[in-house]
Design a protein around this ligand. Structure first.
Ligand code: FES
Ligand code: FES
Length: 149
């Protein structure tokens, strides 16, 4: 058993200590906005915030997440208002199939917290998420739009 704090709620999950956090989020807690892509911390589809930092939840165990504040895409909006990154995604029509997009948005939200006006170089360095639909150009435009919102 592990006590996880996800989107401000404490949730008891019945899993082994070394279960990947992604599994607990999707299978035990039922928050399926966080996606499984590669399972080896390469694609970024499973990105969540752990104590405000973007982390690939497939590469982190449940025991490493205990006592930390975990935020998933379902918890990014606050008081019914979309996060500015989500707003920019809608305004710039970023998603195609959508599969990678929640991870992409979580990675970008963490980047903007750290660097409110990222350069293209900052974006290249921080946003290494893979999009099989090739939305990279729209992602970049939406990041700049969110940064100037
Ligand atoms: S599923 Fe976690 S990085 Fe690909
Ligand atoms: S929008 Fe399809 S994988 Fe990124």
């Amino acid at each position: 058993m592990a006590n996880l704090t996800i989107n401000g709620k404490t949730i008891n999950v019945d899993v082994e200590d070394d279960t990947p956090l992604l599994w607990a989020i999707r299978e035990n807690v039922g928050l399926t906005g966080t996606k499984y892509g590669c399972g080896i911390a390469l694609c970024g589809a499973c990105t969540v915030h752990v104590d405000g930092v973007a982390m690939r939840s497939c590469g982190m165990t449940v025991s490493e997440a205990v006592g930390k504040q975990i935020t998933t895409i379902e918890g990014l909006a606050s008081n019914g208002a979309l996060h500015k990154v989500q707003q920019a995604w809608v305004a710039n029509d970023v998603p195609q199939c959508g599969y990678c997009q929640s991870g992409m948005i979580m990675a970008v939200a963490a980047l903007l917290k750290e660097k409110p006006k990222p350069t293209d170089e900052d974006i290249n360095e921080a946003i290494t998420n893979i999009c099989r639909c090739g939305t990279f150009q729209q992602v970049r435009e939406a990041i700049h739009a969110a940064a100037s919102a």
